[in-house]
Each structure stands twice: as C-alpha cells, then as structure tokens.
Design a protein around this ligand. Sequence first.
Ligand code: GDP
Ligand code: MG
Length: 297
Amino acid sequence: MELKHKSGFVSLVGRPNVGKSTLLNHMIGEKVSIVSDKIQTTRHRIHGILSEEDAQIIFVDTPGVHKPKHELGDAMVNVSIQSLRDVDLVLFIINAEEGFGKGDQFIINKLKEINTPVFLVINKIDLVHPDDLLPLITLYTEKMVFSEVVPVSALNGNNVETLQSLIKSYLPEGPKYYHPDDKTDRSTQFRISELIREKVLFYTEEEIPHSVNVLVESIEEKEHIVHIHALIITERPSQKGILIGKRGSMLKQIGKEARMELEDYFDKKVNLQLWVKVVKDWRNRRSLLAQYGFDLE
Ligand code: GDP
Ligand code: MG
C-alpha cells in the first residue's frame, strides 16, 4: 500500500514565556527560534519545519500576545493574530505552573473566532505535581472546547512525541512545501542576528533586552573560517555603555558565547566582529522597523 503524505501548518500561540520557542526547537531538533526568560523574546513570525518520510509539519512560532506600547508592539500583535487564520491546527500553549490569566482569556476569545481545531498543550509539567494537572485541565476546558489536551515538558521532551503524532493525525494530505533538509524559512543572516540577540537578552536586564536589535552587516564564508560583522543597535548612549561594559567586558562575553554557537552552526571557526551603535527611538520609527524586517501590516 502506498503511504499517503500529510502536510500542514501549525500555529503556536500562548502568553509570553510559556515555552513556545523551546517546544518548537525541541520538535525541530535545532534552535530555529531563540529562547529566553525575558518576555517578548520572539519578534518575528518564524516557520520551523519538521520533515518525516510521510509528513511535513510546518510550525509557525509567533510573538507572544500582549498589550502594545510601541509601534514594534503593534507589529507583534498583528503577527500573532494573523497567524491563527489559514493554519490547519493551533497549539494553545500554557504554563502548568501558572494559573489561568487575563492573557489566556484574550487568546481564548481570539481562538473562538476561528474554525481551526485547537489543542491545549500544558507545558512545563516537570515543574508541577501530576495531581495539579487535573484541576488545571478542568479550568481551561470549561472555557473552551479543545480537540486534544496534551501535557508536555518542552525542556526534557516528556510526551513531545505523543504530541507530534497527534498533530500528524490532524493534518490533511498534502505535498512537501519545503525541501526536507530545510529546518526554517529564515535566512542565515536572520539566524545569526537572533543568536546574537539571544546572548544580549541573557546578559542584560530591564529595558535593555527590549531596546536592542541586531543587524548582520556581512557574512563572508571561507573554506575554514567565517567572518561575520554585526551591529548591536540600542536606543540610548547609557544603554550602549552597559552593553559594552567595563573595558569592553560585556561585549566580549556576548561575542564569545555567540561565536561558540555560531561555530557549531557553521561547523567552522568563526571570527565575529560586534559593534554597538545608538539609533535613537528605533522602535517607534516605522521606516526603520520596515528596514529591519518587521512585518508592520
Ligand atoms: P516563549 O516566550 O513562549 O517562546 O518561551 P521560551 O521558549 O522562550 O521559554 C521561556 C522560558 O521557559 C525559558 O527560560 C525556557 O528555558 C523555559 N522553559 C520552556 N519550556 C520549559 C519546560 O518544559 N520546563 C521548564 N522547567 N522550563 C521551560
Ligand atoms: Mg518565543
């Protein structure tokens, strides 16, 4: 009997920090979306592609849903709500450790406006006692009907395979939309800038993580080494000072960690040159946001 090929698009939605990017990376087996404990890390829509012999699942990772404060915030909310339309399945991801919140109600209201099947995915079950899951499931399923309810741990992979086969069973027959070797629709340039931004997020606090954008200016790949020039853009001179650190120590640390991950990615030596530049109020300048690759509509 001939194997039927299934394929489709699956949106990941949920409040910031519930583990959408971690789950995506675990399923793809590669870091296609950066992870951090700071909220609003994911700024762009990213496709993560999982190809198997008989199926291709295209995951759509979206920025968290939140109240917009900047033009950049507006763009992020647009991306998330837009992504709920025209997909085959939605994974509504919640954090097992946190209770029901206003953000969840906001998302549920949006989910009720679409006809797509929705799974309730309860993530971070490694942090709670199994007895706590049932009341949580009751709470959410009273608010909305879910096609499936799946508890997982994106961090250690617990039950993620079950989730994957359930997802497959909901997909229609269809072609491979991407080459089976592709893990993401994003360019190398985008992935490099995101890896650098991940390190900035790790080492900085308060408003700095949100004030930073990374632009890769050049990538020059030679036989044994890759030369990369990148700019870390921030909004104020004081933030630039913090990012550079005492005698350049902060920038050195960020550069070193980014370089090590980039060497894994390219499987080559990497020479990473990082510069910090102030671009006043970039998050509120629509023309700059468009230039930086944000989807404004
Ligand atoms: P997103 O904002 O929804 O994309 O969340 P991230 O994937 O960036 O994860 C937010 C934080 O939660 C990070 O510090 C992750 O390491 C952590 N995290 C994600 N999944 C799990 C999990 O299953 N268990 C635990 N303990 N932590 C997790
Ligand atoms: Mg994310």
